[in-house]
Design a protein around this ligand. Structure first.
Ligand code: F6P
Length: 359
């Protein structure tokens, strides 16, 4: 057997761990693994201009600890068919034809696609033209409904909580307010969990509409009680008065978010009179080594994806449910985003700790 593996979309700590898991499990079965470069683009290889390499356990030894991805990735290009929630594009017939030729030329028996909902939508389309695919869910945002958790998420939460610990000491020294913008396009999981771990006073999420008045009131109560520093965490996808703040429009792919932290910081400083600084954690949340949880989840996902190939369970994606690896159909997996339920236990716990959600 010869199987391919590629990762597509934004990178995420743990991608290399998945690759190591795939290579280990496939080699143990006597199979060969081809790793395609730069997402699906690697499938457009031509003889003499190959965009892939054969992966061996020796090449992948210890990869689970490394951030980024040895294969490279793209979140645009010839295969980017999902351009926003509910929106789908198409792949050019010539691109599909070239993909089929590559699959035939290399004798690929299956392809493992590591990616978020956009990449899994592409994987589904490739399965419709007869390519046997198995998916592995990836996103630091943790917003894929089919799995309890995606790798990369816990590493991002670590970055947020450590950053809040650091920001707290300088904010306390200067009696300042820090507004920390974190990733989370549609879902506020990173803000919620990172905010709780890092003792945020205010957490603003895309799922919980907030007003500045409510936020200001809670900050003033804390100041009146003698608190020196104020920590506010805001998801990049949170909306102020229904305004989604965009950094710019992309010609391809999803619009780029960013800037809400600065806007909120200015408004809160004006309203409270507290000296305020904004801090955008941005891609620090996606960079660096994966935490232990994500290393283990990554190798588990990779190894189980190979198991699904062995069972010929194609057009399925691996998922973690209740601590166990299970297959879910890719079609079902890309249907629902997992958003924070404003009434969930975690939000209740945060409220018990005095967190203001601005509602
Ligand atoms: O989807 C994951 C994510 O990290 C989002 O939270 C963020 O909006 C986006 O990727 C950023 O992507 P890019 O790398 O294109 O700036």
């Amino acid at each position: 057997m010869i199987i391919g593996v590629l990762n597509s979309g934004g990178d995420c700590p743990g991608l290399n761990a998945v690759i190591e898991g795939v290579v280990g499990a496939a080699t143990r079965r006597g199979w060969k693994v081809i790793g395609f470069y730069d997402g699906f683009e690697g499938l457009l290889s031509e003889e003499g201009n190959d965009k892939f390499e054969y992966l061996t356990p020796a090449k992948c030894r210890g990869l689970r600890a490394k951030g980024g991805t040895i294969l490279g990735t793209v979140n645009k290009g010839n295969f980017a068919i999902k351009v926003g929630v509910g929106q789908k594009g198409e792949i050019e017939p010539a691109v599909l034809e070239k993909t089929k030729q590559t699959v035939k030329r290399l004798g690929l028996d299956a392809l493992i696609v590591v990616g978020g909902d956009g990449s899994q939508s592409t994987a589904l389309l490739l399965s419709e033209i007869g390519l046997p695919v198995v998916g592995v869910p990836k996103t630091i945002d943790n917003d894929l409904g089919a799995t309890d958790v995606t790798f990369g998420f816990n590493s991002a939460v670590e970055v947020v909580s450590e950053s809040l610990d650091r920001l707290e000491t300088t904010a306390n020294a200067h009696q300042r307010m820090m507004v920390v913008e974190v990733m989370g396009r549609h879902a506020g999981w990173i803000a919620l969990q990172g905010g709780i771990a890092g003792s945020a006073d205010v957490i603003l999420l895309p799922e919980i509409p907030f007003t500045l008045e409510n936020v200001v009131k809670s900050i003033e109560e804390r100041k009146a009680a003698g608190q020196r520093e104020i920590l506010v965490v805001v998801s990049e996808g949170a909306r102020l008065a229904d305004e989604l703040i965009l950094l710019d429009e992309k010609t391809q792919g999803e619009v780029r978010l960013g800037g809400i932290g600065k806007v909120i910081a200015k408004k809160l400083e004006d309203a409270t009179g507290i000296e305020t600084r904004a801090c955008v954690l941005g891609h620090t949340q996606r960079g660096g080594s994966p935490c232990s949880y994500d290393r283990i989840l990554g190798v588990r996902f990779g190894s189980y994806a190979v198991q699904l190939v062995a069972e010929e369970k194609f057009s399925y994606m691996v998922a973690l449910r209740g601590g166990e690896m299970v297959p879910v159909s890719i079609e079902e997996a890309v249907e629902t985003l997992k958003l924070v339920d404003p009434d969930c236990q975690l939000v209740q716990t945060a409220r018990d700790l005095g967190v203001c959600f601005g509602d």
